[in-house]
Ligand binder design. Structure first.
Ligand SMILES: C[S@@+](CC[C@H](N)C(=O)[O-])C[C@H]1O[C@@H](n2cnc3c(N)ncnc32)[C@H](O)[C@@H]1O
Length: 336
């Protein structure tokens, strides 16, 4: 089976790995190893399939095809590079080193020396190469890879709440919203519902990965603003309703629910005690989810996780620090 390396971001200790694992088809995955910020996965998927999934990821910088690895030293690396079969380099190439090891100041000489070995077989082009060979250095192992995808993380900045036509300071960063959509494992064409849709942060990310998007909010003016935002990002095929969360059965059964619960500070609960609202919400969500469908939600406390666990099976919890005094728990629940 082919091996791929995901160069994940260090922004969070568990979400970057989880969002990848939830997008891989069950049963196709062999061994998985983590070397610092490099996640190596053996999976029965071709390059095209891996590229398709990779483009959705929020917390990964690059995805590479694994070629071989060496002990973590310059002499071992150069020996392995000269002994191994020359990688199939289409057109010109360059060598780029990503050093996440404690051994600093060696990137440039490794790039130069490995580049010199491969330059006997292909043309170097540092500005616009056809092939990028990546040297990934962790403390335990060094890898030689071929770049498959570089993820444009800048595009998430263009979708931040204050860049949308309808702005309220209740929407989380689009990168986290995208990761939450990925944790739900939603696939193109499947139905995803956000019953506390607010300005549409989750639905924008879900719509952009090809899900059928359904949303509701109890406040009409917010639901109307959400529609404006969806149109702004080229998403025109959606269903947005003005509804209390208790009435979401009008949507029928859905494959996933992804949502950021109101918690009574920046986002109102309409004066309803949080405990009562959350009981009603988890009950209603468990009724609209298909069997084995997932709920991915951001909730404010361990008490709210307990409430959720009375209605659905808890699979994962990722504490996420929004700022110094605010932690949200990103939870993955499943209807079993
Ligand atoms: C945290 S905000 C959601 C933010 C959203 N993810 C976004 O990108 O803007 C929670 C939303 O829940 C809505 N809400 C509060 N109580 C509700 C209820 N009982 N039923 C449905 N929506 C409700 C609020 O109007 C608010 O827009």
């Amino acid at each position: 089976m082919p091996k791929y390396i995901f160069e994940i971001s260090g922004e969070h200790p568990s979400i970057p790995v989880s969002e990848i694992m939830h997008l891989l088809p069950h049963g196709n995955t062999g061994c998985t190893f983590i070397f610092g910020n490099f996640l190596m996965i053996t999976v029965d998927m071709n390059r095209g399939e891996i590229v398709g999934i990779s483009k959705r990821l929020a917390f990964t910088h690059y995805v590479d095809e694994y070629l071989f690895s060496s002990e973590p030293s310059k002499s071992s690396l150069l020996k392995t590079v000269s002994e191994r079969e020359i990688p199939n380099i289409e057109g010109s190439f360059k060598v780029e080193c990503e050093n996440r090891s404690r051994m600093k100041g060696i990137s440039q000489e490794l790039e130069r020396e490995v580049g010199a070995i491969y330059a006997e077989y292909a043309k170097v082009n540092l500005k616009n190469p056809d092939t990028e060979i990546r040297l990934l250095l962790s403390d335990d192992r060094w890898f030689v890879c071929k770049k498959l995808v570089e993820i444009d993380r800048g595009e998430y900045e263009n979708r931040k709440a204050d860049r949308r036509p309808f702005f309220l300071p209740i929407s989380m960063h689009p990168r986290l919203a995208r990761a939450m959509v990925n944790l739900s494992g939603i696939k193109e064409g499947e139905k995803l519902l956000d019953p506390f849709c607010g300005t549409g942060g989750m639905l924008i990310e879900a719509g952009l990965v090809g899900a059928k998007i359904l949303g509701s909010d109890v406040q009409r003016w917010i639901a109307e603003g959400c529609k404006k935002n969806l149109h702004h990002y080229g998403l025109h095929d959606f269903q947005i309703e003005v509804l209390d969360v208790g009435d979401i059965e009008v949507f029928g059964k859905v494959d996933a629910v992804v949502t950021d619960f109101p918690y009574g500070k920046a986002s109102t609960t309409k004066k309803e005690p949080v405990e009562s609202l959350y009981n009603r919400a988890f009950f209603a969500i468990s009724n609209v989810l298909k069997q084995r469908g997932r709920l991915v939600c951001a909730i404010p406390s361990t008490e709210s996780i307990k409430i959720g666990s009375e209605y659905l099976d808890l699979i994962e919890v990722h504490p996420f620090r929004v700022h110094k005094s605010l932690i949200r728990y990103i939870c993955v629940f499943m209807k079993c």
